[in-house]
Design a binder for this molecule. Structure first.
Ligand code: BGC
Length: 407
């Protein structure tokens, strides 16, 4: 049995649009407005824009040592080329607060939401997109002193999917393109997610490489991006098809992390692949609030899949968790996922940390009912109520692993 590294990062993760509230300049805010009645709104969210010191204190008091959060482009550059020093100062205060609380900040520079002005230009497929993003990254670098871990873009594979959706909903350059919104019977719970668009994917790879170079040149941080790993498992005879599907869904992005300092691995569930492609989640009572199969082993599969593509590249689990109303299930799921992480480390895979998704219940991109949080949030009073799972994960962190915590 191999011990986890003594500097293994134990923490929890969030993203700006999902917790801050009133991110009014973003494309997501706009989408929530035009799709009102179909999807829910983020609104005040958890008001973490103002309450982040309390959020960080709860994590640190529980025994966690790292906090992954994102900075919001729509706040930092509210109009094209106009940078808000006040917003940059806000995020610098968050970094300082994390450091003073004893939390290693893991800073994500882009987590799904874009400024609306950027989306209106055509978003990631507009000609100047990469340069526009690079200019934003240069500004963000001015506040990253003392930050050791930077994630450029969160889940580019799902950002690619979101980008297709935004382009359908948001007219480009004022053209009278109809807003293509889902049918009335559309429900976020039954949505069929289209495969990531490869052209957008390649654009995001370019954006990531540009951002990586800028962050390296201007800061001392380790830099990488975070990929949603699907933990695909081929049924017998369907390995070649599974490889094709893996390429489109994740390996294009995992490959692009060659030359990075680390890869962020995000895993929640696993999907089988048969002769017809990706198999739907089975209809089981233990499916999560997302409708996903209960598969804590997904984390081990994801770590191994990522390592196979880039052997030797350090891995950081930047997201893993479960949407459940039962906190005991959250603890069981996480304990089993961590056992799989230990087994991957036993087999020589270099895993640098585990950041649970999520620190707080939050806006799950169009809906509020899936609860991923170690901390429950009252959406009217914004009172924070730590769940037993937070205390439990803090004990795991103090013991440096779920095996030691169990002994
Ligand atoms: C995203 C998070 C999201 C989580 C659960 C990841 O796709 O990075 O923003 O809330 O998974 O769906």
């Amino acid at each position: 049995m191999t011990e986890l590294r003594s500097d293994f990062l134990w923490g929890a993760a969030t993203a700006a649009h999902q917790i801050e509230g009133n991110n009014v300049g973003s494309d997501w805010w706009y989408l929530e407005e035009i799709a009102a009645g179909v999807i829910e709104r983020s609104g005040d969210a958890d008001d973490s824009y103002h309450r982040y010191p309390e959020d960080m204190r709860l994590l640190a008091d529980a025994g966690l040592a790292a906090y992954r959060f994102s900075v919001e482009w729509a706040r930092i550059e509210p109009a094209e080329g106009h940078f808000s020093q006040a917003s940059l100062d806000h995020y610098r205060r968050m970094i300082d607060t994390a450091l003073e609380s004893g939390l290693t900040p893991v800073v994500t520079l882009h987590h799904f939401s874009n400024p609306l002005w950027f989306a209106k230009q055509g978003g990631w497929l507009a000609d100047p997109a990469v340069e526009t993003f690079a200019r934003y990254i240069e500004r963000v670098c001015t506040i990253l002193d003392g930050v050791e871990w930077v994630c450029t873009i969160n889940e580019p594979n799902f950002l690619s999917v979101n980008t297709s959706m935004m382009r359908a909903a948001i007219p480009v350059d004022g053209a009278a393109a109809p807003a293509v919104m889902p049918d009335d019977d559309y429900s976020m719970d039954s949505v069929v997610v289209p495969a990531p668009n490869e052209e957008i994917g390649h654009r995001l790879v370019r954006a990531h490489h540009r951002a990586r170079d800028i962050v390296r040149e201007r800061t001392g941080a380790k830099v990488g991006w975070t990929v949603a790993m699907q933990a695909f498992v081929a049924t017998p005879g369907n390995e070649a098809l599974a490889d094709e599907i893996r390429w489109t869904w994740e390996n294009l992005y995992v490959e692009a992390s060659k030359g990075d300092d680390f890869l962020g691995v995000q895993a929640y569930t696993s999907r089988a692949i048969d002769a017809d492609g990706i198999v739907d989640h089975p209809d089981r009572v233990d499916n999560t609030q997302m409708g996903w199969a209960y598969r804590p082993d997904a984390l081990g599969i994801a770590l191994r899949d990522a390592w196979k593509v880039n052997p030797g590249l350090p891995l950081l689990v930047t997201e893993n968790g479960i949407a459940t109303a039962d906190d005991g299930v959250r603890i069981d799921y996480t304990a089993t996922a961590l056992e799989h992480l230990h087994q991957a480390v036993d087999d020589g895979i270099d895993v640098r940390g585990y950041l649970h998704w999520s620190a707080l219940d939050n806006f799950e991109w169009g809906r509020w009912h899936p609860t991923f949080g170690l901390i429950e949030v009252d959406r009217t009073t914004f009172e924070r109520r730590p769940r037993p799972s937070l205390r439990w994960l803090g004990e795991v962190a103090r013991a440096n692993g779920v095996r030691a915590q169990r002994d």
